[in-house]
Design a protein around this ligand. Structure first.
Ligand code: F6R
Length: 248
């Protein structure tokens, strides 16, 4: 893992958005699609804001972009404001020229007996498009990436998982109460994420300092799934001073 520390997250987010825009334009010049893996949560909001600005003010087009989101709560309706489906449309998709048929997000509204087939198909779709060119990640305080909580296997694939208690308490304010936070989610696996050709993980603020320290300096372990990124050849952690404050 390679890490870069910025004074503040705004400036860092613009640099990440620029990297994504450059990749999209490079693929456009070769008449190829650009396959992006996307995250939700507070960390990538400014990156999406900047991508929207690049679209509106500098003509960046998303017509050749295909997106796969990491995860979605289960159960969850698309229309619910807490859904990741809603989040992605609100922060990005509604403001750019991406084709609706090129947007893939795990579905929180499946019947239990539809989940397995959906997950297998999600993996197949990523593969059929040639794999993820770029994966954007945040990190949870449990060390999760996507919703791969402690115990997740290095070779795990898209599946239904149970959220950790700490993850649910971190989401409680968004849901106006812990008891309203879904207990499960559908997430891409560690194996899915690690096949991306390029990975950029964002972490901002003091409350991420300890998990960032464990992830970068700790031994690789399923107890901190983000440590699996130590074995990926093209991963960069983009940190602000708060998140980097416990690194030695
Ligand atoms: C979201 C996701 C999660 C978040 C993580 C950090 O799609 O996969 O792993 O990235 O929980 O969330 P924030 O950015 O809100 O601190």
């Amino acid at each position: 893992i390679h890490n870069i520390v910025f004074k503040e997250s705004n400036e860092a987010s613009k640099i990440v958005a620029r990297e994504i825009a450059d990749l999209i334009e490079h693929k456009q010049s070769k008449k190829e699609n650009c396959i992006l893996g996307l995250a939700t949560g507070s960390s990538p909001i400014r990156v999406y804001e900047e991508l929207v600005r690049l679209h509106k003010e500098e003509g960046l087009s998303f017509k050749n972009v295909i997106t796969f989101n990491l995860d979605e709560y289960y159960p969850m309706e698309k229309e619910n404001e807490q859904s990741y489906h809603y989040f992605m449309h609100d922060h990005l998709f509604n403001h750019i020229d991406i084709l609706p048929e090129n947007i893939y997000i795990p579905r929180g509204d499946l019947k239990p007996d539809e989940i397995l087939d959906f997950c297998i198909d999600y993996e197949k779709k990523i593969k059929n498009h040639g794999g993820l060119d770029f994966q954007l990640l945040g990190i949870g305080r449990t060390g999760h990436i996507g919703f791969n909580e402690p115990g997740s296997h290095n070779n795990s694939r898209t599946r239904l998982i149970t959220l950790d208690y700490l993850t649910r308490t971190d989401a409680a304010s968004d849901f106006l109460g812990l008891e309203k936070v879904p207990k499960r989610a559908i997430t891409m696996g560690i194996g899915t994420v690690k096949e991306a050709k390029r990975i950029v993980l964002l972490a901002w603020g003091d409350n991420k300092a300890s998990i960032i320290q464990e992830t970068i300096e700790g031994t690789v372990s399923s107890q901190v799934p983000a440590t699996y990124l130590q074995n990926h050849k093209n991963t960069t952690f983009i940190l602000d001073e708060g998140a980097a404050s416990m690194l030695t």
